[in-house]
Design a protein around this ligand. Structure first.
Ligand SMILES: C[S@@+](CC[C@H](N)C(=O)[O-])C[C@H]1O[C@@H](n2cnc3c(N)ncnc32)[C@H](O)[C@@H]1O
Length: 225
């Protein structure tokens, strides 16, 4: 076995996509309706949703916290991986997105298992209880990520799962002159994330790069958040 990693290319992504269970017609309909409602198509991919569901099942997550609802695609996808009584709390800044997501959650097979919390993640997260989630998924404004992470280190129970999107900065991570204004915040967050002692984490090349981490209880106890 070689010590050199295989360089993941667009062809590998296509290969993965072709071998992932496709999304069902409900989520496809949700995306089509979101486009009609002028909601930007920036939801996670079906293969990323599948990967996240596997991780949630593997850690037997019951309570999931998301920052960045958009149309509710990822919240519904994650809720499907939870056991009876499980719940996704998802925070959304824009009422138009929250309204759309609530409507589609209400029509979905996980109605009653997704709560849309309205407001800025920076304001809502401090109101949530300590150790009240098993996993979190950060997928909102990138400048807010350091604060969201700090709050989630309190809210997610020791040993819980951390999923944080867009580590590859919308494909512009290495661009000298990136066009997306959030690229510097992603780069800064990646450096920060690599240094958080309480987390064991790695960037997984799925979608636009997904940070996957678990908190290490003894490091949390040592105050290394
Ligand atoms: C990339 S989208 C989320 C996609 C969604 N997770 C999915 O895959 O289906 C980002 C969302 O975060 C919301 N957002 C941006 N800033 C926010 C903030 N400060 N607090 C909460 N939500 C925010 C945006 O309005 C947008 O709906």
């Amino acid at each position: 076995m070689s010590a050199e990693p295989t360089c993941v290319t667009a062809r590998h992504f296509d290969y993965i996509r072709e071998r992932t269970v496709p999304e069902d017609s409900f989520l496809a309909d949700l995306k089509a309706a979101a486009l009609v409602a002028h909601i930007p198509p920036i939801w996670i991919s079906p293969e990323q949703a599948a990967f996240m569901r596997i991780l949630l099942r593997a850690c037997a997550a019951k309570e999931v916290l998301e920052v960045g609802t958009l149309a509710g695609y990822s919240a519904i996808a994650m809720a499907r991986a939870l056991p009876p009584g499980g719940r996704v709390r998802t925070i959304e800044l824009l009422d138009a997105h929250a309204d759309f997501a609530e409507e589609w959650v209400g029509r979905s097979d996980v109605a009653g298992r997704v709560d849309v919390l309205r407001g800025d993640g920076a304001d809502v997260l401090p109101t949530l209880g300590t150790d009240s989630a098993d996993a979190c998924f950060l997928d909102a404004d990138k400048a807010g990520y350091p604060l969201y992470l700090q709050e989630c280190l309190r809210i997610v129970r020791p040993g819980g799962l951390f999923l944080i999107d867009n580590a590859f900065a919308f494909g512009q991570l290495f661009d000298e002159n990136p066009t997306d204004p959030e690229v510097p915040a992603v780069r800064a967050f990646n450096e920060h994330m690599a240094q958080v002692p309480a987390l064991e984490s790695v960037i997984v090349p799925v979608g636009d790069g997904l940070w996957v981490g678990v908190s290490v209880p003894e490091r949390l106890l040592a105050g290394n958040g």
